[in-house]
Design a binder for this molecule. Structure first.
Ligand code: EPU
Length: 419
């Protein structure tokens, strides 16, 4: 297994180009199953999660061609049973249920289990499919959805931790080919949901309200092929902003959408960083002393759960006491034990991390537990004294395109040791 060695203390300076969004690209690639015609998706990041999705699509019978960031998919015929071995590697594979149900009126996918960021049920997805007229059966670890026909209806996608992103995507992808009008209330408002809706609209779907709490979909008979460019990855951008905050003299992000990033830039400005925006660029610079923060994760447009670990790494040093409460995945705190091994002073009370800033962290061997936790450890390593050895880095390759190379381009000192 590869590991990453971060030699701390190198100042970051320069520009980095942000990749296409993983969490947009995954459901958009799944949505290509909705048509027999070819689709072309641009700015698809080169990540292992994307590779799993493309493998699932080809196992289902689609022709898939990839040349750097461009993926062409033609799903003339599709199978409706997803291969267990690949599906189980990635929770997002659940988002093939919606398009298969929409197109073939049936789909079988192995039921995702829990993961280190907590229990991750799909009850809201299944409730939505049932409301559209599907029968849902869970048997031998698989979930099977089957509908003689799909009928538009009003569905509420809000659960006790807020709206569900992939659940909203799944229902939208099934409802575009349903009979009549579907109203999704309590819809997730994330930019990735809007990006998927924009792609579906290019394919001929009739969707209004994506990006608000109410999405209205008027079913059509069929969809056609389309071309689409994936939006910039706001979590990769946020992670590089925090890298700039932790170790930067001046770091510029290229090809970002600043409007998607205000819930990350605002707290950084409050903490004392100077951030400027010009066209599709953002630049972060330290601005003297740094203040502690109080943050709560929320669905978009709130502070994203996918940035919580990275922000813990930033706030672990400096003066004062910061507090971060996790409302979306209350158990998503595996990174705290590893940050403490590096000298951080953090207590967890329920779903709230109380972080007392220390003057400096020290490098240590640490273990990556999930994607964002591994990013947090790389960030912590940038500011630590000595070398941080991060094991199980396959987690980071699931969601960051060459994070080590990109950080090295702006002055970091990171080595990848191949197993
Ligand atoms: N939930 C339910 N029932 C459901 C679905 C979700 O109770 O049927 C709960 C979840 O347990 C959680 C909350 O609702 O407490 C929100 O989960 P959501 O369904 O929105 O998560 P997701 O759609 O499975 C996507 C991203 C995650 C990101 C979350 C929240 C993708 C592929 N994944 O997951 O990204 O954390 O939304 O914004 O889009 C990551 O990139 O590191 C990552 C984990």
């Amino acid at each position: 297994m590869d590991k990453i060695l971060v030699h701390g203390g190198a100042p970051l300076k320069g520009s980095v180009r942000i990749s296409g969004s993983k969490n947009s690209a995954l459901p958009i690639l799944a949505a290509t199953l909705l048509t027999r015609e070819p689709c072309v998706i641009q700015r698809v990041p080169d990540l292992s999660d994307i590779h799993y999705m493309l493998t699932i699509l080809s196992e289902l019978g689609a022709e898939v061609e990839r040349a750097s960031g461009t993926v062409q998919i033609k799903a003339e015929k599709v199978l409706t049973d997803a291969p267990y071995d690949i599906v189980r590697k990635m929770r997002a594979s659940v988002c093939i249920l919606g398009p298969l149900l929409g197109r073939e009126k049936e789909a079988t996918v192995s039921l995702p289990g829990g993961c280190v960021i907590g229990d991750r049920p799909i009850d809201l997805h299944l409730r939505g499919f049932e409301a559209l007229g599907a029968a849902v059966r869970v048997q031998a670890g698989n979930v099977k959805v089957l509908a003689p026909e799909l009928r538009g209806t009003t569905i509420n996608m809000r659960g006790k931790f807020g709206s569900t992103v992939l659940g909203t995507d799944n229902i939208m992808m099934a409802a575009v080919l349903a009979e009549g009008t579907t109203v999704i209330d309590g819809a997730a408002e994330e930019p990735e949901v809007v990006d998927l809706a924009n792609f579906l609209i290019k394919m001929g779907a009739k969707i209004e309200g994506a990006g608000t709490r109410r999405i209205i979909i008027e079913g059509v008979k069929e969809l056609h092929g389309a071309e689409h460019t994936v939006i910039p990855d706001r979590i990769e951008a946020g992670t590089f902003l925090v890298a700039g905050a932790i170790a930067g003299e001046e770091v510029t992000l290229q090809k970002v959408n600043a409007a998607h990033l205000t819930s990350i830039t605002e707290p950084l400005q409050k903490a004392g960083y100077h951030i400027t925006t010009a066209a599709d660029r953002l630049t972060i610079r330290p601005n003297g002393s740094r203040k502690p923060l109080e943050l709560e994760t929320e669905p978009f447009p709130g502070f994203p759960t996918d940035m919580q670990a990275q922000m813990c790494a930033l706030l672990a040093t400096g003066e004062g006491i910061s507090v971060i409460t996790e409302h979306v995945f209350p158990q998503r705190f595996m990174h705290l034990a590893e940050l403490k091994r590096m000298g951080a002073d953090i207590e967890l009370e329920g779903a709230t991390a109380i972080i007392k800033g220390v003057p400096q962290l020290s490098g240590a061997p640490v273990m990556a537990s999930d994607l964002r936790a591994s990013a947090a450890l790389v960030l912590a390593g940038l500011q630590a004294d000595g070398t941080t050895e991060i094991n199980r880095v396959y987690h980071i390759d699931r969601g960051y395109e060459s994070i080590d190379d990109k950080l090295n381009q702006i002055g970091a000192n990171i080595e990848r040791v191949k197993a």
